[in-house]
Design a protein around this ligand. Structure first.
Ligand code: HXC
Length: 257
């Protein structure tokens, strides 16, 4: 499929979605969010895809929700249409998603990156929740996910001052897993995604589910879920193949079953 606001391509078993509204630094208007959600859902359903990379341009991953589109919205409209509720579509994707962030990831852009499972950043990336400067607050998880990821001190500082942090600060704070030179970022993200996609998809999905649930469940519920999912992997052919291959000193050949 082709979309107006995102580019899609498949590299081996990796689906790549590139946010593509360059004239507005990939500001996330409703048309772009619709395209992003549809592109992700299509890769999620596609058996030839095992992992997904979401990226933007070198200048901007996304400079936030589209301020021009939302500036005249009224409360009743927002409430009745549950404004922003559809943004959570990203979190219902069951294959792992790496956000490859170059340039600005601000407001809704930072929030979309945090809805992904893993963030890799280019060395010049900037993260921020500047909504306070616009007279509003984060609305797509910024106050919740950012706080879980970087802790109260950093989250409160970013959200109350609106100041951006660098890729290096974001890595130190635990928001970002890895940093690469900007021009190598997408290739490196695809490389990692290719490794992930080579493993047993059901196990990859269970691992993603268990880690993401750790942000929501108590320790005992989380450990319970983990043990049940771990046990469930023994119902897959891939667990048999993976352990047999180890014992036979050869590479595993996973069939994602
Ligand atoms: C609409 C935007 C935009 C945005 C940039 N543009 N960000 N349009 N919504 N969020 C547009 C600009 O208006 C401009 O259009 C073009 O993109 C280029 O941007 P410039 O500002 O000229 O670029 P630069 O000087 O390099 O500054 C980059 C920037 C700045 C620092 C990122 O654009 C900026 O501060 N943007 C807003 C960041 C922000 O506040 N984000 C949070 C949004 S609120 P023209 O037509 O003039 O060329 C939010 C709420 C989340 O996300 C709630 C839940 C989703």
């Amino acid at each position: 499929a082709t979309y107006e606001n995102v580019l899609v391509e498949q590299r081996g078993r990796v689906g790549v979605v590139t946010l593509n509204r360059p004239k507005a630094l990939n500001a996330l208007n409703s048309a772009l969010m619709k395209d992003l959600n549809e592109a992700l859902r299509a890769f999620d359903k596609d058996d030839s895809v095992g992992a997904i990379v979401v990226t933007g341009s070198e200048k901007a991953f996304a400079a936030g929700a589209d301020i021009k589109e939302m500036k005249d919205l009224e409360f009743v409209q927002c409430y009745k249409n549950n404004f922003l509720a559809d943004w959570t579509g990203i979190t219902s994707i069951r294959k792992p998603i790496i956000a490859a962030v170059n340039g600005f990831a601000l407001g809704g852009g930072c929030e979309v990156a945090m809805m992904c499972d893993l963030i890799y950043a280019g060395d010049k990336a900037k993260f921020g929740q500047p909504e306070i400067k616009l007279g509003t607050i984060p609305g797509a998880g910024g106050t919740q996910r950012l706080t879980s990821l970087v802790g109260k001190a950093k989250a409160m500082d970013m959200i109350l001052t609106g100041d951006m942090i660098t890729a290096q600060e974001a890595e130190k704070a635990g928001l970002v897993a890895r940093i690469y030179p900007a021009e190598k970022l997408v290739d490196e993200a695809v490389k990692s995604a290719t490794v992930i996609a080579s493993y047993s998809l059901p196990s990859v999905q269970m691992a993603k589910e268990a880690v993401n649930k750790s942000l929501e469940l108590s320790l005992s519920e989380g450990l319970h879920l983990e043990r049940r999912l771990f046990q469930a992997t023994f119902a897959t052919k891939d667990q048999k193949e993976g352990m047999k291959a180890f014992a036979e000193k050869r590479a595993a050949n996973f069939t994602h079953e």
